[in-house]
Design a binder for this molecule. Structure first.
Ligand code: KG4
Ligand code: ZN
Length: 336
């Protein structure tokens, strides 16, 4: 019988449940994005965990009903157990442990970053060895994937993540939260060359990133201008996006030059950015390196990627028991 896996993702402000199988791919996914945080310009941890508490059970019931499968028929349950907000993680983790115990279904705790990487495996299949540039609200890392389950860290950010840089500069420009998609939208009307914002560590010779200088430069620029017209906002947004994308891709090129991998995958919420995708193709094509990314709904936080990651772990016999705990931060380690 076809093995169907349930994924649960509650690490931040999206509550998501999905059913996935290797053969059929994503059978059904349901994600509830919490809107309450918009009024605060960022995620409020207590609101996030309380909202997961309300939303998770109805989402779970919905996907099982629509997927036409009972709990006991599942081949496994995957749940994000870190990194993320502790209260949010514990809601998903406690729920997953409860149904795993009650239904006698194997459980696998999934590192959120491995989920983002394997979002590229949901449709089409992740071909290894490869490089992955993971760019989200919490992570900016370049990894080499020897095979699924074996990861080598090549470089990452020393301070803010790329998504955080988008969100913080978006806030400085008075754009709604989250900043990333709103900066991309505003940037469409703007001139990316209008402001020369810093590209942190661009000449370091390493695959490392720093975005804190960019945030300060944008803050000083905005303060020096007083009231911003909509064309000012568009020009700053386009210039910010260009600075972030430029350094993201150039460091990834450095990693590719030092690796024998012939393909690179983008992953994480920032991989939804059109300019990032476009510039990555422009830079990697002459090197003969193929660039791919997940479909839009699998770039940002989703449970299908967690179910997919769990399927590999469980099929390799790597499962977790009722002692599984959450962790707020921590590197992705190889498990194979
Ligand atoms: O992967 P994700 O949903 O959550 C984390 O694991 O952090 O990523 C969220 C991040 C946010 O910082 C958001 O601003 C950014 O992804 N993001 C974008 C775009 N869509 C989402 N950044 C740039 N351009 C976008 N179109
Ligand atoms: Zn994420």
């Amino acid at each position: 019988m076809e093995k169907v896996y349930l994924g649960i993702e509650t690490s931040c402000d999206d509550t998501s449940c999905a059913l996935y199988s290797r053969r059929a791919g994503v059978i059904i996914q349901k994600t509830a994005t919490q809107m309450a945080h918009q009024d605060f310009g960022g995620v409020v941890p207590e609101i996030a965990s309380r909202t997961h508490m309300k939303t998770l059970l109805p989402l779970y019931r919905h996907v099982l009903r629509e997927g036409g499968i009972g709990l006991e028929e599942l081949a496994g349950i995957g749940v994000t157990n870190g990194p993320g907000l502790t209260g949010s993680l514990l809601v998903g983790l406690s729920f997953a442990k409860g149904i795993s115990y009650g239904g006698g279904v194997p459980l696998a705790g999934v590192h959120h970053l491995e989920g983002h990487i394997l979002a590229n495996d949901l449709e089409g299949g992740l071909e290894t060895p490869c490089l992955v540039l993971v760019v989200s609200g919490g992570h900016t890392q370049i990894l080499e994937v020897e095979q699924i389950g074996r990861y080598r860290f090549l470089g990452g950010t020393r301070d803010d993540a790329a998504g955080e840089a988008f969100d913080k500069t978006g806030k400085l420009l008075g754009l709604p939260y989250p900043g990333g998609p709103n900066i991309e939208k505003a940037a469409r009307e703007g001139d990316p060359g209008a402001y020369d914002f810093p590209r942190g560590l661009i000449n370091s010779g390493e695959c490392d990133y720093s975005f804190s200088g960019l945030k300060t430069a944008v803050k000083l620029q905005v303060e020096s201008m007083g009231d911003l017209s909509s064309s000012d906002v568009s020009d700053i947004a386009a210039s910010v996006q260009e600075a972030i994308v430029d350094v993201l891709v150039r460091k990834a090129v450095l990693a590719a030059e030092r690796s024998s991998a012939e393909r690179i995958y983008l992953a994480g919420g920032v991989a939804a950015n059109g300019r990032l995708r476009e510039f990555a193709v422009e830079m990697f094509q002459p090197l003969g390196v193929q660039v791919s990314w997940p479909r839009m709904e699998y770039c940002t936080d989703n449970a299908a990627m967690i179910a997919c990651a769990a399927s590999y772990r469980i099929e390799a016999g790597v499962t977790d028991g009722m002692e599984l705990n959450s962790f707020p931060r921590g590197e992705l380690k190889s498990w194979r």
